[in-house]
Design a protein around this ligand. Structure first.
Ligand code: GDP
Ligand code: IMO
Ligand code: MG
Length: 422
């Protein structure tokens, strides 16, 4: 498989960073194709833990080309801070390429992200407040600034002027201070200078890599249930994390995508607001949250925890054409007192197997469960599928049966080495 997509098939934080880093050991190129620094991808190897937000997870290997493709929204200030942080821990030798067409997150996007959230009051999305939604909105409204613009002083001046004419009206509407042209212009020109060595036409670069038959890994951010098209709208992010996004977000034709690997926790989590039918409260939620360190990588918010939801998982696998699954954080389920899997929803007295399009219907969905046997053995040291406890194997087999997709990997701890290949 030359070109493989890593896709989160839940509500994000499934362990995409860990699996991307694991698979990157045999890759030539790692590409982020959507999202921005709303992502928080954790990678653990040689006793060190790293958290990446917008930099691709292949950055630790000097032989890998790391691409931030056109589908991303890039906060250049935050990306430079990430590189600086890597620098302080000795990660200095890397290959990075940033698309000249990637959208730039500007300070007014961040201010407006907060303003829109406040205006929604109790109905706030619970965004990461990184300016993601407003930056994508400007891209589609054709008043966005792109990374390549920062390299052309006169053109950038024109684009910024045009954008500020609209954005200052919006800021004023929210009672926020307007932004002046000059300081923004100077600051972002400086980011352009800092990124000059990385900025290029990444679609050309990637198509050349395809022609060379290089091994390319596409690293999704967020998860399919947060997809702007197929997620739990409006409680979603503003891009599509699905494998469908890869061609658009990179410039590689769809026929070149060989395999989509769905990254799936052994249970469900969600950070931020929005429907979550299998959400748990009480002791079990607390047990899973603490064992799985279920606190946001970006915002530190406690993640909501729940039983595995097969309706959502089947939906995500269907939408993204998932070829195989990696079951993550499997070790967290050892010693749980009670274990269930949601197979269907009940909506207004009817058994359903789909995600309703309206929030109002989705909020009325009640999970229908089957009980699963538990196991008390710790599995963090297990290296082979055959050595897993019988009930743990039963749980994995049930997932395969209920989704109709084979499991290719099982993760039993955060470290690179704690990965079972099937
Ligand atoms: P991502 O956003 O999908 O990359 O996931 P995050 O990094 O936000 O969250 C996943 C968390 O689970 C991180 O803290 C990882 O270090 C951790 N993790 C990944 N795989 C495993 C695993 O198999 N077991 C345990 N205990 N932790 C894991
Ligand atoms: P990774 O890549 C989990 C959630 C936010 C919020 C919604 C919209 O680490 O899996 P946004 O700032 O994107 O406009 O917020 O999406 N969200 C994530 N949840 N993991 C992520 O990324 C997320 N990125 C955004 O919490 O509910
Ligand atoms: Mg994360």
């Amino acid at each position: 498989m030359s070109r493989l997509v890593v896709v989160g098939v839940q509500w994000g934080d499934e362990g995409k960073g860990k699996m991307t880093d694991y698979l990157a050991q045999n890759s030539d190129v790692v590409v982020r194709y959507q999202g921005g620094n709303n992502a928080g991808h954790t990678i653990t190897f040689n006793g060190q833990k790293y958290a990446l937000q917008s930099i691709p997870s292949g950055i630790f290997n000097p032989k890998i080309k790391n691409v931030m493709a056109n589908g991303m929204v890039v906060n250049p200030k935050a990306a430079l801070a990430e590189l600086e942080k890597l620098n302080t821990v000795g990660i200095r030798d890397y290959q990075l390429f940033v698309s000249d067409r990637a959208a730039v997150i500007m300070p007014y996007h961040i201010a407006l992200d907060g303003a829109y959230e406040s205006a929604k009051g109790k109905k706030m999305i619970g965004t990461t407040k990184k300016g993601i939604g407003p930056a994508y909105a400007d891209k589609y409204n054709r008043i966005g600034i792109r990374m390549g613009d920062l390299l052309d002083k006169e053109y950038f001046a024109e684009r910024l002027n045009d954008a500020l004419a609209v954005k200052n009206l919006e800021l004023k509407m929210f009672g926020l201070p307007e932004m002046e042209f000059e300081p923004l212009f100077e600051e972002y020109l400086a980011y352009g200078r800092a990124f000059k060595k990385y900025i290029c036409d990444t679609a050309n670069l990637l198509n050349n890599e395809v022609q060379k038959n290089s091994k390319i890994l596409f690293e999704g951010a967020q998860g399919v249930m947060l997809c702007i098209e197929h997620g739990t709208y409006p409680f979603v992010t503003s891009s599509s994390p699905s494998a469908i996004s890869v061609p658009l977000g990179t410039g590689i034709p769809p026929k070149y995508i060989d395999h989509a690997l769905g990254i799936c926790k052994a249970y469900n989590t969600r950070v931020g607001a929005g429907p979550f039918p299998t959400e748990l409260e009480g002791d079990l939620a607390h047990y899973i949250r603490e064992r799985g360190h279920e606190y946001g990588t970006v915002t530190g918010r406690p993640r909501r925890v729940g039983y595995l939801d097969m309706v959502a998982l089947r939906h995500a696998c269907r939408i993204s054409g998932i070829d195989s699954l990696a079951i993550m954080l499997f070790d967290v389920l050892s010693c749980v007192k009670e274990l269930k899997i949601c197979t269907h929803y009940e909506l207004d007295g009817e058994k359903i197997d789909c995600i309703p399009s309206t929030l109002s219907a989705y909020q009325r969905c009640k999970p229908m469960y089957i009980d699963m046997p538990t196991w008390n053995e710790e599995i963090t040291e297990v290296k082979k599928y055959a050595d897993l406890p019988e009930n743990a194997k039963l749980y994995l087999q049930k997932i395969e049966e209920l989704v109709g997709v084979k499991i290719s990997h099982v993760s039993v701890g955060p470290d690179r080495t704690q990965t079972i290949e099937i």
